[in-house]
Design a protein. Structure first.
Length: 336
């Protein structure tokens, strides 16, 4: 327990208790002085490398042998940021740069009394990992495999950090997948925009009927006005209902190639102009995009990214679709 004050450090008179406002404090009648007991500031750092967090194993009490973030008390005359950097170097052997504030949390410790944990995110800028005098071991852990942490305030800080990074990491992962940096075959849900794709597929008939009304009245597609509306609808409905599979890699490029080659070839036999076929494909893209925008997913950064990612994926898909439709129209009949 933190020791209580018994005598005045200035005049040695015995300390009494007096109320100051609504708070009872230690008081010296001889010096007419109140004494204040304030929480002690503790600086902690979260250092992440390859999405693993740096932890130190405590060498001393309290919580000897348990793991925690690099943490320690700020010294008099030292800024809390400087304290965080110093403790990081003393306990883990590395120099860090403070790049963000994570959180502040109140705590109580039987040895030190009331504490305030101030946690920062820091970047490892130089130095080699080595356990300092107050640590038995220092290492990085994945967030999924972290050992229990000694201090609840560290637990709360890590939770807050992950909440802040969740959207950012999701965007980074989805972007890496979309530009081909990830070699593994994508699975359903890997792309952030798969959420919008699912909504599109669930509303395939609504979208296709809007497209049908447009394609049968547009000046750029006059032959469609005399085509059988039901078969025209079903063909477009097939495209929209399979949209997510074609976008996400469940079917390889062969399926898209064969479908649109056949589409181009058949429409030529039906006396459609190539310009009409390409315009109809463009109208499909238009109605898919307008429906996606109607979901009003523009409130958060992750929503904006999700919508823009879908637009990019649609662009790549419809570029392929128009190319293969044109090749089929020009007489390339090979199916493989």
């Amino acid at each position: 327990m933190r020791k209580k004050r018994t005598y005045c450090p200035h005049c040695s008179e015995k300390i009494t208790i007096r109320s100051e406002g609504d708070i009872k404090r230690d008081y010296c009648t001889n010096c007419d002085t109140f004494f204040y007991d304030n929480p002690l500031p503790v600086a902690s750092t979260i250092v992440v490398h390859k999405r693993e967090v740096l932890l130190v194993k405590r060498k001393n009490e309290p919580h000897r042998g348990e793991w925690c973030l690099p943490s320690g008390f700020a010294e008099t005359g030292e800024s809390i940021e400087a304290a965080a950097r110093r403790e990081l170097e003393e306990e883990a052997g590395i120099k860090g740069k403070i790049i963000d504030f994570v959180c502040v949390d109140s705590a109580y410790n039987n040895l030190y009394g009331d504490l305030i944990f101030i946690t920062f995110e820091a970047e490892w800028i130089k130095g080699d990992l080595i356990a300092g005098d107050d640590a038995e071991e220092v290492r990085f852990y994945s967030f999924e495999d972290m050992p229990p942490l000694a201090f609840e305030s560290n637990v709360n800080a890590v939770k807050r950090y992950l909440q802040k990074k969740q959207e950012y990491w999701a965007i980074v992962d989805s972007f890496s997948l979309s530009v081909g940096e990830v070699q593994n075959e994508p699975k359903k849900g890997d792309y952030l925009s798969d959420k919008l794709v699912q909504i599109i597929e669930e509303n395939a008939e609504v979208i296709s009927r809007r497209w049908l009304n447009d394609v049968m009245t547009s000046k750029s597609t006059p032959t469609y006005a005399s085509a059988d509306p039901e078969s025209t609808l079903q063909r477009n409905l097939f495209v929209v209902s399979h949209f997510g599979k074609w976008l996400s890699g469940f079917h390889d490029d062969k399926n898209v190639r064969n479908f649109y080659r056949k589409l181009g070839s058949e429409r030529k036999k039906e006396d459609f102009a190539l310009s009409e076929i390409l315009s109809a494909i463009s109208l499909t893209r238009k109605h898919l995009w307008e429906f996606a925008l109607s979901q009003r997913m523009w409130t958060k950064t992750i929503d904006i990214y999700m919508t823009l990612e879908l637009e990019r994926r649609m662009m790549l898909f419809f570029d392929r679709a128009t190319y293969y439709a044109a090749r089929g129209y020009q007489g390339e009949k090979r199916v493989d």
